[in-house]
Design a protein. Structure first.
Length: 203
């Protein structure tokens, strides 16, 4: 067990180490780095995090993070609103946007179905997707979910919910390796997977 010379330092390290992928040693290095910076820099970091947590908004249409009622993508009239790409999280939106090969809209589920972690369909933005499709104007729903067992199960559940809607449901091509998370896929592979999407029922 690490012995800290200061209870304040120990508390700061403990809080930083709660972040995903940050162990005690990395947390200690980050905290000590902040201590070496100008006080104004540390205050700016703290203020940005508090402001983000307090004022962050989610797009009422696609659930992406935004500053207004609609995100910049949904508010962009040059986007094809007949295409809706369903993704697990906001990082996946950013990954697909980086390919510059998709001009439709998105729908962020906020996770995937995972019984082992206690996440069911009701915990995700699936009903809002069904409602969105039911309002008309959507011609195709693209399932761009991670090619894991949970991602596939989530895709199948959504496909069944939309099966009678008359909307075309497709899935990105398996240029994305099995068990890979979408946000870690390189842009070229992800772009090709989007272009080569196939009907969900034929996969």
């Amino acid at each position: 067990m690490t012995s800290y010379p200061s209870a304040l330092l120990e508390r700061a390290v403990g809080e930083v180490s709660r972040l995903p992928g940050i162990g005690q040693r990395t947390a200690l290095r980050l905290v000590l780095h902040l201590l070496r910076q100008e006080e104004s820099q540390t205050e700016a970091l703290a203020d940005s995090l508090v402001t983000l947590r307090r004022d962050v908004r989610y797009c009422r249409l696609c659930h992406n993070i935004c500053d207004d009622e609609l995100c910049d993508i949904c508010a962009n009239t040059s986007r094809d609103n007949s295409l809706v790409c369903v993704v697990e999280n906001i990082q996946d939106v950013m990954a697909i946007e980086n390919t510059q090969q998709y001009r439709g809209l998105y729908h962020v589920l906020g996770g995937i179905i995972s019984p082992m972690e206690g996440v069911g369909p009701a915990d995700l933005e699936i009903q809002s997707l069904v409602d969105r499709v039911g309002q008309g104007g959507v011609a195709e729903v693209i399932l761009a979910l991670s090619s894991t067992m949970e991602g596939d199960a989530t895709g199948f559940y959504i496909y069944r919910r939309l099966q009678d809607s008359g909307v075309r449901v497709t899935v990105i091509a398996r240029g994305v390796a099995q068990n890979d998370e979408l946000q870690y896929t390189d842009e070229v592979t992800l772009g090709r997977a989007l272009q080569g999407r196939i009907p969900f029922s034929t996969q």
